[in-house]
Ligand binder design. Structure first.
Ligand code: DX5
Ligand code: ZN
Length: 240
């Protein structure tokens, strides 16, 4: 897949055949050369850029704001910017991030939502012009996300406790992922995020994930292209 073929977020998330997509988490990049790093991982074969936004409350870390997203948008005009909001109150951040260039926003089921309903936040995301995802932490039971399985374009299963790159993959989330992939309607992407690497990517894909996020395994690889290809695994042939 070329960079030009990932221009539209809806196309990225709904493209057929549903080959696995690889998202580079910019948390692993050299922040003194962000634009250069973003273009490098896209040239290495990534399909989208994953931007980890942390508020210091929902998670004990502070990372990226809308200005940084706007800068990345200028560096990569045609790339899908997948923005992962690890924030307690996502509602007020939707408009600033979409205005800055985010194509897709993922919110957490554990965060605060208007009327206590993440579907209300999803509607606000779509009204702002982006697609919506719902994330679940490793310790949260699957029942928390199942009622919303058909209300989001993407479901994100966290395979580390969110907050930092470079943590070890928690393989116990694979059972939850398998159950989720059987429950979601066709067309809903399932994303895995945290400690994803060539050594566990097969298991993630076998459990039903078709969007794999990685920071350390891509940015720290000696051969980024080989790392991306290994995480993606076999690509489905188009049906004739
Ligand atoms: C963790 C973030 C992840 C993280 C992944 O809170 O949501 O996207 O950057 O980093 P690695 O791949 O190094 O675990
Ligand atoms: Zn993330």
């Amino acid at each position: 897949m070329t960079v030009a073929s990932v221009m539209k977020p809806f196309r990225v998330l709904s493209d057929a055949p549903r080959s696995p997509l690889v998202a580079a988490s910019m948390l692993g990049a050299d922040f003194s050369r962000l634009g250069e790093e973003a273009n490098d991982v896209m040239q290495a074969g990534c399909n989208l850029l994953h931007l980890d936004v942390m508020d210091g409350h929902f998670v004990p870390n502070l990372t990226m704001g809308p200005d940084l997203v706007a800068g990345l948008r200028r560096s990569c005009p045609d790339v899908c910017l997948d923005t992962h909001l690890m924030v307690q109150y996502p509602e007020g951040l939707i408009e600033p991030f979409v205005q800055a260039g985010s194509d897709h926003l993922t919110i957490h089921v554990e965060a605060e939502h208007p009327q206590g309903d993440p579907r209300v936040t999803a509607d606000l995301i779509r009204q702002a012009g982006a697609t919506a995802g719902l994330a679940i932490n490793p310790g949260t039971p699957i029942d928390a996300i199942l009622p919303y399985a058909s209300d989001f374009e993407l479901l994100l299963v966290m395979s580390v406790q969110p907050g930092f790159a470079g943590q070890s993959f928690r393989s116990e989330v694979l059972t939850k992922t398998e159950a989720l992939s059987l429950a979601v309607p066709n067309g809903v992407r399932i994303q895995m995020d945290g400690g994803v690497a060539p050594v566990n990517a097969d298991a993630c894909r076998a459990a039903g994930c078709d969007v794999l996020v990685a920071a350390s395994a891509i940015f720290r690889a000696d051969d980024r292209r080989a790392a991306v290809e290994s995480i993606r695994g076999p690509v489905a042939e188009p049906e004739s």
